[in-house]
Design a protein around this ligand. Structure first.
Ligand code: NAD
Ligand code: GLY
Length: 360
């Protein structure tokens, strides 16, 4: 097992990455001071892992309530939040009762937001069970839900007490979801860790074949990168925005196609290709760099172009991005492989060229 740390002064917390940690719950016990917890999961993950977690905690004297939500990005909304609040109120969940998120990024984001808002804030713990959640969404405290007008538009920054990433849970993850997680792993290499990109180029097939050591390495290195960025810029006033490489395009794809049709990681892969193309048109990436980015996404069997939508639709949806400032869309682009930059100075004609070139 490896332990990493997100350094945020009194709100610092550990990330544990290892295999088989759900078999014992000893790492969780120090955080359950009132011997009570509410585990929130969904209809897919609960049958796989809830009993194991609950039984272990209860054997240690912890009273566990559970809330099971519908599975899917399309349920990441205010109705699901109401279902959580109703259940917490009915079971008299108290200020010191931690909420435990057991699931992928959808569950983690919603439970974090419920924890930030229920009784004006209760403790919460992340137990991410998808690759995407283990390398990205469970770390850093971005929580929230979608709104019909935009993705992740309602939410809060709210850090967990700890993150427990048990790589064994990935054994049951469908291949398509595994690949979607790899998209966010590649992101760290592209924005700030060129040696990691090179490692990924050499070890991609191992990740796809679920090699345990490769998973452990990729998850820990991704979390290390994320922890450094979050430690420097928790509230995204600068560097943290670079973690959104490909997301301005990607969120437009997710929203435009209907939440859940394209997986988040798939939309980010296509969006990153668009960002790479735009970076080339801005004179930063070489053609060979763009080909290298395309190659690694293709090898991971991820989309390298966006779905067919009118250019105006893309532009309208990108206008909803959280990075929009003074009405101007700002893009995370690549000055070079391993070096991301944020810019609001993209000529409209250049953006149109990218959208026309990179969509089916
Ligand atoms: P997800 O939570 O929908 O999980 C994907 C699917 O896998 C679901 O059907 C889920 O039930 C299932 N699943 C989860 N664990 C499983 C397991 N071990 N075995 C079998 N099936 C399992 O999707 P995701 O890709 O984990 O997360 C995507 C979400 O994360 C998006 O809503 C995105 O906006 C959000 N996100 C948030 C951040 C952040 O910083 N907060 C970062 C990136 C993405
Ligand atoms: N996934 C982007 C962030 O956490 O900032």
């Amino acid at each position: 097992m490896q332990t990493l740390k997100v350094g945020l002064a009194e709100r610092s917390y550990p990330i544990y990455v290892g295999s088989g940690m759900l078999h014992t719950c000893e790492l969780l016990l120090p955080y359950l001071l009132d011997n009570r917890a509410v585990i929130i999961s969904n209809t897919t993950v609960a049958p796989l892992y809830l009993d194991q977690l609950k039984t272990n905690l209860e054997a240690n004297g912890v009273r566990c309530d559970s809330i099971i939500l519908q599975d899917g990005e399309k349920y990441k909304n205010s109705d699901s939040m109401d279902a959580i609040y109703d259940s917490l109120l009915r079971s008299h969940s108290e200020r010191n009762t931690p909420l435990i998120a057991l699931g992928g990024g959808v569950i983690g984001d919603m439970v974090g937001f419920a924890a930030a808002t229920y009784l004006r804030g209760v403790p919460f713990i992340q137990i991410p069970t998808t690759l995407l959640a283990q390398v990205d969404s469970s770390v850093g405290g971005k929580t929230g839900i979608n709104h019909p007008l935009g993705k992740n538009m309602i939410g809060a920054f709210y850090q967990p007490l700890m993150v427990l990433a048990d790589t064994q849970t990935l054994d049951t993850l469908p291949d398509r979801e595994l690949r979607a997680g790899i998209s966010e792993v590649i992101k760290y290499g592209l924005i700030r860790d060129l040696p990691f990109l090179e490692w990924l180029e050499q070890n991609l097939e191992k990740l796809l074949a679920r090699d345990k050591e490769a998973h452990q390495y990729a998850i820990a290195r991704s979390c290390q990168n994320k922890a450094e960025v979050v430690g420097n810029d928790e509230r995204e006033s600068g560097e943290r925005a670079l973690l959104n490489l490909g997301h301005t395009f990607g969120h437009a794809i997710e929203n435009g196609m209907g939440y859940g049709v394209w997986l988040h990681g798939e939309a980010v892969a296509a969006g990153t290709m668009m960002a790479a193309d735009l970076s080339h048109r801005m004179g930063w990436l070489t053609g060979a760099d763009v080909a290298r980015v395309r190659d690694i996404f293709k090898r991971a069997n991820l989309p390298v172009s966006g779905p067919s939508m009118p250019v105006e639709k893309y532009q309208e949806l990108m206008g909803l991005d959280k990075k929009v400032s003074a009405g101007k869309v700002r893009f995370v682009l690549l000055e070079a492989l391993g070096r991301a930059v944020m810019t609001g100075d993209v000529p409209e004609s250049t953006l149109k060229e990218t959208l026309e070139a990179c969509c089916d």
